[in-house]
Design a protein around this ligand. Structure first.
Ligand SMILES: [Fe+2]
Ligand SMILES: [Fe+2]
Length: 162
């Protein structure tokens, strides 16, 4: 478990301890769960927003909820993979927003952070929303890379064992 500071935790706790939000621990995403991914994106976005004197409270809340879509996106190796991925990129922010509105009271900036995070499929309308969109892409790339490394290592290990 990484260390998250008290300021972050004070804002994050009511969301991350929510029963529905906890479901994201069981949905795999890139290298880990959607829960872990979302908390990481929220913490790195918060650090940037805080250092730049921006609205770090909305940044944390919007970032935590940016992928609150509660289902596993299944990629299949078929010709549909590209259209399916684009469809998912467009629809999951809208689903995350609907889910978030069901359980939490959100301001307009938080709603746009969620809806706009998949730029260029959505449009971030504040500095905070741009920060979350950027952090999401950066962290997702790191997670894909670490997943790729694990798979490659497993394959090399299996090959050497043969
Ligand atoms: Fe997303
Ligand atoms: Fe994400």
């Amino acid at each position: 478990m990484e260390f998250y500071d008290y300021r972050f935790m004070e804002i994050a706790r009511p969301i991350i301890e929510h029963k529905e939000y906890q479901q994201m621990k069981y949905i795999k995403h890139h290298d880990e769960s959607v829960y872990e991914h979302s908390v990481k994106v929220a913490y790195s976005s918060y650090q940037i927003a805080y250092k730049n004197n921006l609205d770090w409270v909305s940044t944390i809340r919007g970032a935590l909820l940016h992928d609150f879509f509660l289902y596993k996106f299944k990629k299949s190796l078929s010709p549909r993979i590209i259209t399916d991925s684009i469809k998912h990129a467009i629809t999951h922010p809208l689903i995350a927003l609907e889910n978030s509105k069901k359980y939490f009271d959100l301001n307009d900036k938080e709603k746009n952070i969620i809806k706009g995070h998949m730029f260029p499929f959505g449009l971030p309308k504040s500095k905070e929303a741009w920060i979350v969109s950027y952090s999401d892409k950066y962290i997702a790339t790191m997670e894909y890379y670490s997943n790729f490394k694990k798979i490659t290592k497993r394959k090399i290990h299996a090959f050497n064992a043969d």
